[in-house]
Design a protein around this ligand. Structure first.
Ligand code: FES
Ligand code: FES
Length: 162
């Protein structure tokens, strides 16, 4: 059984995993990352989106062994463990803009949006929609999600050093 080492939300992890195990199942079943959701299990919905070395991936499409040596960030890694109330601006913006209803898509949406803003800090609304096109939401109609990403982008751009 292959042995892998990776970092998950800042924690060093070493595991022996079956080569067939998906990253999403390592995260949810073994590492208690309950913020990672499984929607379709077939690369369509984006509910399982996490960052792999800073780029968003659908973790139901990545083998755990492919994450060997990588840094994985889930939505649970956006808040410092010693400051659970210190929400990331994206998390606050989703709350402020009512960008969630059932919330099932939300962790994946936020991680896809983080990838977008990390690489394009001032996206147009069209670029926000394009950046989130791999993530489906059955509840909101998307407009509040776009507004939330816009608010977070504005807030991040106003931070010192941005
Ligand atoms: Fe991974 Fe839907 S559960 S894309
Ligand atoms: Fe329900 Fe998006 S808030 S699926």
């Amino acid at each position: 059984m292959p042995s892998i080492r990776l970092t998950v939300d800042g924690d060093a992890v070493t595991r022996d995993v079956d080569a067939r195990v998906l990253l999403v199942h390592l995260l949810t079943d073994d590492l208690d990352r309950t913020g990672v959701n499984v929607g379709c299990d077939s690369t369509n919905c984006g509910a399982c989106t996490v960052l792999l070395d800073g780029r968003s991936v659908k973790s139901c499409t990545v083998l755990a062994v492919q994450a060997d040596g990588c840094e994985v960030t889930t939505v649970q890694g956006l808040t410092p463990p010693d400051e659970p109330a210190a929400w990331h601006p994206l998390q606050s913006a989703f709350r402020d803009c009512h960008a969630l209803q059932c919330g099932y898509c939300t962790p994946g949406m936020i991680m896809a949006a983080k990838d977008l803003l990390d690489h394009n800090p001032r996206p147009s609304d069209a670029e926000i929609r394009e950046g989130l096109e791999g993530n489906l939401c059955r509840c909101t109609g998307y407009a509040p999600i776009v507004a939330a990403v816009r608010q977070a982008a504005d807030e991040l751009a106003a931070q010192p050093g941005a």
